[in-house]
Write a protein that binds this ligand. Structure first.
Ligand code: DGL
Length: 261
């Protein structure tokens, strides 16, 4: 048994789509979430900067006595996960590997990936998918406007519909679309309208949650049953729309946000 919290971070609200799925599978756990709002967006930054930022957020989470860390961000997973796993002696889970395992088991042969510019440039998804699955065709598209729109709460309006249409219009003959940035599940209803019905929309949070659960169960690291548990949210900059989106997404009215330096 291990009552320490699970640490999760992203550049902003996107990682909450992952946190939400982990909380569904592991409701008895304590959680600490860091939204690196002072450094948002991660998607347009260089690999060196993403490594630096990820290091700082992981150091914050380690100081807060977390037992496992989830990089709930496609940009940081694709460009910094490997480096972080070398530097730190704490289990760190990103969003790509658990999703690639899912793809492999489903025998999908034509897949689309949408993500931030940094993630697509890094080829993080492409390389890991190709290494694990033979003869799979991948179409990738950077969608740099979507994460800032999600931070603004523009995920279902006409602008969201136009942007999604523009980004997806050339993605043809796919069986599944990976939402390779954790902000994108916030657009899921609009993406669904844009795609043909048979195309599966893959929300990475679900696969990450499964992997986190497996890891902490196998390693005997779950929180004791009937123990008090809570979720604490920290931001690196409080001047943002985070709280409104977070309340809706997590379905919690009394969310208290704290500032982290
Ligand atoms: N949610 C993040 C991702 O999964 C980052 C978006 C951003 O900050 O640009 O890539």
């Amino acid at each position: 048994m291990d009552n320490r919290p699970i640490g999760v971070f992203d550049s902003g609200v996107g990682g909450l789509t992952v946190l939400k799925e982990i909380k569904k599978l592991l409701p008895n756990e304590n959680y600490i979430y860091i939204g690196d709002t002072a450094s948002f967006p991660y998607g347009s930054k260089s690999k060196e900067t993403i490594i630096e930022l990820s290091k700082k957020r992981i150091e914050n989470l380690i100081k807060m006595n977390t037992k496992i860390i989830v990089i709930a961000c496609g940009t940081a997973t694709s460009q910094a996960l490997e480096e972080m796993q070398k530097i730190f002696n704490i289990p760190i889970i990103g969003i790509i590997k658990p999703t690639v395992e899912y793809l492999k088991n489903k025998n999908i042969k034509n897949v689309g990936v949408i993500a931030t510019t940094g993630t697509i440039r890094s080829k993080g998804w492409q390389n890991q998918i190709e290494q694990s699955i033979d003869n799979i065709k991948i179409q990738s598209k950077a969608c740099p406007l979507l994460a800032p729109m999600a931070e603004e709460g523009w995920t279902k309006n006409e602008i969201a519909k136009l942007a999604i249409h523009e980004y997806l219009k050339n993605m043809k003959n796919i069986d599944a679309l990976i939402l390779g940035c954790t902000h994108y599940p916030l657009f899921e209803s609009v993406i669904k309208e844009e795609l043909e019905e048979h195309i599966e929309i893959i929300n990475t949070g679900k696969m990450v949650a499964k992997q986190v659960k497996e890891y902490i169960v196998e390693n005997n690291m779950t929180n004791e049953k009937n123990q008090e548990h809570d979720t604490q949210i920290f931001l690196t900059d409080m001047e943002c729309n985070f709280v409104n989106i977070a309340k809706k997404l997590l379905n919690e009215d009394n969310l208290e946000l704290q500032k982290i330096d």
